[in-house]
Design a protein around this ligand. Structure first.
Ligand code: SF4
Length: 313
């Protein structure tokens, strides 16, 4: 067993530090030792530098190491809908997405599978994967796990969700989220630096941080933006997201049970502009689920470009 897989025997892959043997049981994330995928397709709804004209080759992994009550991918992150694939099959999916014209391989919610994905990415690269590989995570990650990805990931796309631990504990089950996430972002930045685009305006390397503005200032947006500015300066590529709508278990929380208001997003935009962030991605307010991929209970891997992967490849 190589050192990557040995980590699964006493799992501390992420900051939940469950110390469980994932060959026998599961920890907080509910992922065992096998890669589980819900969906792979060409996604056109990411930031324009990622989706481009052909789409981002997105692979959605099942389970998650956070438990956000408002998760927009609730069925796969909390309920774990998906199908098991081994590392080689996952590498083949990456290569199929490249063949289909994807601008990048976009690994969504990958953290709990870091050791397995190190192997998969290496396999895909040794079999001809050339497009950038993108790590699309919630930001709640160990620096040591991220270090194992150094040289394999071209673009990091983490969230920075909360400024205040009170809210990160209450709504995502991670009291230490703010400090853990800022350390994780520092490591990502160390590996890839600021965002770089190719001659067609498509991302080829760098860090893009996403922040979803939550209602009632729950995300601490102003403080988040100041922290990001202080750590990374105004060159940081920043995606300020307005797409919040109550889903998952959000309706159990009065303060989260409505869409974002125009003035709440405007306040966030005013702050980024006042701070002088130069590489900004902003959204229209659209408070509806229509932008969220429609995950099916047993959907096999497929993509939206008439490449239909039925069952295992
Ligand atoms: S990856 Fe899963 S099992 Fe491992 S420490 Fe994190 S939450 Fe626990």
């Amino acid at each position: 067993m190589n050192i990557q897989y040995a980590q699964l025997l006493n799992c501390q892959v992420c900051p939940q530090n469950c110390r469980v043997n994932r060959y026998e049981t599961t920890g907080f994330c509910k992922a065992d030792y096998r890669l589980k995928i819900n969906l792979a397709h060409l996604h056109h709804g990411e930031e324009p530098v990622l989706s481009g004209t052909n789409g981002s080759g997105t692979i959605f992994f099942s389970h998650c190491n956070l438990r956000c009550v408002f998760c927009q991918n609730y069925t796969i992150s909390h309920l774990g809908w998906g199908t098991y694939y081994n590392e080689e099959e996952c590498a083949q999916i990456m290569l199929k997405l490249q063949e289909a014209g994807a601008h990048n391989i976009n690994l969504v919610s990958p953290t709990q599978y870091t050791p397995q994905l190190v192997q998969s990415i290496k396999m895909a690269k040794s079999n001809g994967l050339e497009i950038p590989v993108l790590w699309n995570s919630n930001g709640y990650e160990n620096v040591s796990s991220l270090q194992s990805l150094s040289g394999l990931i071209d673009i990091y796309l983490p969230d920075f969700k909360y400024a205040h631990s009170f809210y990160s504990k209450k709504y995502s089950s991670a009291k230490d989220y703010p400090e853990i996430a800022i350390n994780a972002l520092e490591e990502m930045f160390k590996q890839v630096g600021h965002l770089q685009l190719d001659s067609n305006g498509i991302a080829k390397k760098g860090l893009i941080v996403r922040h979803l503005v939550l209602p009632n200032r729950i995300s601490g947006t102003k403080e988040v933006l100041y922290m990001l500015y202080e750590h990374f300066g105004p060159e940081l590529a920043l995606s300020l997201m307005a797409q919040y709508y109550p889903t998952g278990q959000a309706n159990e929380f009065f303060e989260l049970n409505r869409g974002l208001r125009k003035e709440e997003y405007e306040e966030a935009v005013e702050t980024v502009e006042a701070l002088g962030f130069k590489n900004l991605y902003l959204q229209q307010l659209y408070n509806s689920p229509e932008w969220t991929p429609d995950f099916q209970p047993h959907s096999e891997v497929f993509n939206g470009k008439k490449l239909h992967f039925k069952g295992k490849i």
